[in-house]
Design a protein around this ligand. Structure first.
Ligand SMILES: Nc1nc2c(c(=O)[nH]1)N[C@H]1C(S)=C(S)[C@@H](COP(=O)(O)OP(=O)(O)OC[C@H]3O[C@@H](n4cnc5c(=O)[nH]c(N)nc54)[C@H](O)[C@@H]3O)O[C@H]1N2
Ligand SMILES: Nc1nc2c(c(=O)[nH]1)N[C@H]1C(S)=C(S)[C@@H](COP(=O)(O)OP(=O)(O)OC[C@H]3O[C@@H](n4cnc5c(=O)[nH]c(N)nc54)[C@H](O)[C@@H]3O)O[C@H]1N2
Ligand SMILES: [Mo]
Length: 767
């Protein structure tokens, strides 16, 4: 039997701080996965579901975007993948009676964990203006209401269309078509808060906003640098790949302010070795870097390589540099200028250590740099990633086996959504192809990204907000500002699987449209449908859910979009010409459109048959072809930046516990970091805790200090327990989304506009 939904919120007084763990996964991982699954799904459904994760005839795990290996294990799932599945395949249901029993005011008082634990949404719900409760609505009524609001806009730019990264290729493609058909490019997505910095830096330097490696490259690499990423929690299947690389002789360097469990040692539950022995030691070297010090580290590595080249020669790949790149001289001159004291200050590492790391790069036959949010969510993230690329270019480590850039994506189809055109700044090539296919003219003016969308809402310039998945209110920075912004909108609409805060912090009117998830069977007119997704390495494959959907009344995302489009485009001039009814009934027809609009999808249908996977074209990887203005990869000269921490303050990074998926909180533990029973903790160095006049275990408020254009601004997050932790002096860490209230809306990365969630200046205040 599945367990009942909780009645109360997290009780932080029950929080216990214990020892942190030094290895990831292994037997406890499997145990924890099974426990969550059984609580949510019961025995039979658990077994049936978990056996189909990432199998060739099964569904794509809604957890992370790490690729599947081609010969899949019987159970190609990990503890946190199993939690993601259980969260969606839960047997708990939210019926209309739930909304009758709980007012929106009351729901707003609950935490994200409680809201998410109530179960799957089953019925379209409407919140009328001035009403205290959501009421049940039929699909026609709910969709008419949304279509009516969209039709009533004076200007299509008064609507904003957010996307989270679980949306399938098919749904994403139709969604952007609907939005552009309406006449706007206001398509902010979770990427804006995630890997936008990677996209910006890579497009500029190598001509494609994606990684350049395949899973085989990971296995074959000689040196892997994993920077700003916690794979043991967020991409556990990556550890199997690192283990494999390691057994073939690869060296692994972890760069992180925290000694994350998975980076240190990994016990693979899928090999006897992992169960019986102590597992594989993952990192050969752990560089405990200061928050925001990575640009300095990579400049230091580049500087060392250039110095050795000057002294001894034979260090750089001269043929590659001359044949395939530009900008080398300016880069070399820039890093020659940077002094070691500045590099040491920024990184907290000494010159000798950095030179030793650089020697490993020099000796490596092929180097891959993997990264995630620790590198993308800083003010100088784009510059940091440009400097990562610089180091790889020096050694010709792009576009050959076992080498390249590997931004490790978050949401399972966030990369595919971008490929499908979910982007506020679409290229002219994409728009022209869309115009030709659908006989209309898509708007050219750029739209709002996430932060710009919040500003527009805050300033009363948005009348309709539609979220295709996700939890905009909890995921975005500056919670108080966002909550006020949402409430200024006339109509807020969410296409969702589960209840979350964005449903209860709403506009004047609100609509919830419940939808199918990855694990659910999707039967439409032409029979059972599959969808497709693209993983972090540009591989596309099909996904098909098999479970009975949570209610007979759910529509897929594709069907919801198609029905909305049919309504809003009924008698509209210059609307895209598409047979929406037919598309809803047979997703192969959507794929046929995609194949004609998006490069690399020719013969789409055949290439996903029988569980097959195909790789999208990737210029740098396939042929050292760089789609930049000069046709060459670009070395860049970047001024060295790093965060300064004012006296008596800490620099706070906001990160994920082991028991959450972004704003979806699975449970109360962060096992690897030794936290049980609660989430309101702040990790800091024992000496900092003492120096700031506190003791371990004290409950403090976190007050962020931000010097904005109008002077000093302060934001407060209340009641966090101080935990002494192994982190560099001056650095602290606490969980997101609770800390989003501290991140100023205007504090964003240069060029990419990503909120600086890994660098918030805070002071601690006694309560
Ligand atoms: N189970 C689970 N899986 C997930 C998610 C989840 O919430 N739960 N989220 C998904 C999503 S959308 C994403 S984007 C990814 C996120 O995956 P991660 O990026 O691994 O997630 P974070 O928890 O933000 O961890 C950031 C890591 O970077 C380190 N770090 C922070 N600042 C710096 C820095 O300045 N320099 C360096 N070198 N390191 C730094 C932190 O100590 C931490 O280890 O995971 C995806 N997978
Ligand atoms: N402070 C701070 N803020 C951050 C980050 C950070 O590290 N620190 N990380 C940022 C990152 S990397 C990201 S990606 C964003 C995440 O931002 P989002 O993607 O907006 O947030 P999620 O929590 O992943 O969204 C969860 C909701 O998605 C819905 N959902 C789940 N599956 C489906 C589905 O199949 N279809 C539909 N329609 N809905 C579904 C459910 O209703 C669930 O409540 O947050 C960002 N915010
Ligand atoms: Mo993400």
């Amino acid at each position: 039997m599945a367990k009942r939904a909780p009645r109360a919120d997290i009780d932080e007084t029950r929080l216990v701080v214990g020892e942190r763990e030094t290895s990831a996964v292994g037997v406890p991982g499997v145990y924890h996965a099974m426990k969550t699954s059984l609580e949510q799904m019961g025995v039979v459904r658990s077994a049936r579901t978990l056996l189909r994760v990432n199998q060739k005839d099964g569904f794509d795990c809604p957890g992370c975007a790490w690729p599947e290996e081609d010969r899949r294990h019987v159970a190609e799932f990990c503890e946190n993948g199993a939690k993601a599945v259980a969260e969606e395949a839960t047997l708990r249901r939210i019926e209309p009676s739930f909304f009758a029993a709980h007012s929106v005011d009351e729901l707003r008082g609950h935490d994200d964990w409680w809201l998410g634990q109530q179960g799957r949404l089953t019925t379209p719900m409407v919140l009328d203006e001035g009403a205290t409760h959501y009421r049940e609505a039929g699909w026609d009524e709910a969709l008419d209401l949304v279509a009516g609001a969209l039709a009533g806009l004076d200007d299509p730019d008064e609507a904003v269309f957010y996307t989270s990264g679980r949306t399938s290729n098919e749904a994403a493609f139709l969604y952007q078509l609907l939005v552009r058909g309406l006449g706007t490019n206001n398509l902010p997505d979770c990427s804006n808060m995630c890997h936008e910095s990677s996209g910006s830096a890579l497009t500029e330097t190598i001509g494609i906003g994606k990684g350049t490696v395949s899973i085989e490259d990971i296995h074959e690499a000689d040196l892997l640098i994993v920077a700003g990423q916690n794979p043991g929690t967020n991409h556990p299947r990556m550890l199997s790949a690192l283990e494999k690389a390691k057994r073939r002789g690869a060296t692994i360097i972890a760069v992180n302010p925290l000694p994350e469990a998975g980076l240190i040692r990994f016990r693979n539950p899928q090999t006897p070795h992992g169960l019986v022995l102590g597992g594989t030691r993952i990192a050969d070297e752990f560089l405990q870097i200061r928050l925001g010090g990575d640009q300095a580290l990579f400049q230091g590595i580049g500087k060392h390589l250039l110095e050795r080249e000057a002294e001894e020669g034979g260090v750089l790949d001269r043929a590659f540099i001359e044949g395939f790149t530009t900008g080398f001289d300016a880069y070399a001159a820039a890093v020659a200028e940077v002094g070691w004291p500045q590099i040491e200050e920024a990184t907290g590492l000494d010159e000798r250590t950095i030179r030793a790391t650089a020697e490993r790069v020099r000796r490596s036959r092929g180097t891959i740099v993997c990264w995630a949010m620790g590198l993308t969510q800083h003010k100088h993230s784009v510059a940091t990633l440009r400097d990562v690329v610089n180091v790889l270019l020096l050694r010709g480590d792009i576009g050959r086996p076992g080498a390249g850039v590997c931004p490790v994506r978050g949401h399972s189809n966030v990369q595919g959504d971008r490929t499908m055109g979910i982007y506020e700044k679409p290229s002219e090539t994409f728009l022209a192809a869309l115009d030709a296919e659908f006989g209309f003219r898509a708007p050219r003016a750029h739209g709002h990204d996430t932060v710009a969308a919040i500003r527009a809402m805050r300033d009363g310039r948005v009348r309709v907000f539609l979220g295709m998945g996700g939890n905009f209110v909890s995921a975005t920075p500056d919670t108080a500002v966002v909550e006020a912004a949402m409430s200024r909108v006339d109509l807020t609409v969410h296409v969702s699987t589960k209840l979350n805060r964005s449903h209860v912090v709403h506009g004047r009117r609100a609509v919830i449209l419940p939808t199918l998830g990855r694990t659910d069977r999707d039967r439409r007119g032409r029979g059972e449908q599959r969808v497709t997704v693209e993983d972090s390495m540009g591989a596309v494959h099909a996904s098909r859910g098999r479970l009975a959907p949570p209610s007979g009344d759910l529509l897929s995302e594709v069907a919801i979009i198609a029905r909305l489009a049919e309504r809003v485009f009924a008698d509209r001039p210059n609307a895209p010409r598409a047979d929406w009814r037919a598309l809803e009934d047979d997703y192969a027809r959507v794929r046929a459109h995609i194949a004609r609009v998006v490069p690399g999808f020719d013969d789409y249908e055949r290439r996903i048959e029988k569980g097959r996977t195909f790789l999208l074209p990737n210029g740098p990887r396939d042929a050292r072809r760089f789609d930049t203005p000069t046709g060459r990869a670009v070395f860049t000269a970047n001024a060295l930046e790093h965060p300064r921490i004012p006296e008596g303050r800490l620099l706070l990074q906001t990160l994920r516990s082991h028991d959450q998926y972004n704003t979806t909180v699975y449970g109360h533990d962060d096992r690897y970091r030794g936290i049980r029973g609660g989430r309101r903790v702040v990790f800091a160095h024992a000496d900092d805790i003492r120096a700031l006049g506190f003791a371990e275990g004290d409950i403090v408020d976190l007050v962020s200090e931000w010097d904005g254009p109008l002077g000093r601004e302060e934001r407060r997050a209340e009641a966090f327990r101080l935990v002494a932790y192994d982190t560099p002096r001056g650095n602290a860490a606490a969980y997101y989304p609770e800390t989003n209230v501290l991140v100023p809306l205007d504090s964003v990365a240069d060029t990419s506009g990503t909120p600086t969630s890994k660098a918030v200046v805070v002071r601690l205040e006694a309560r």
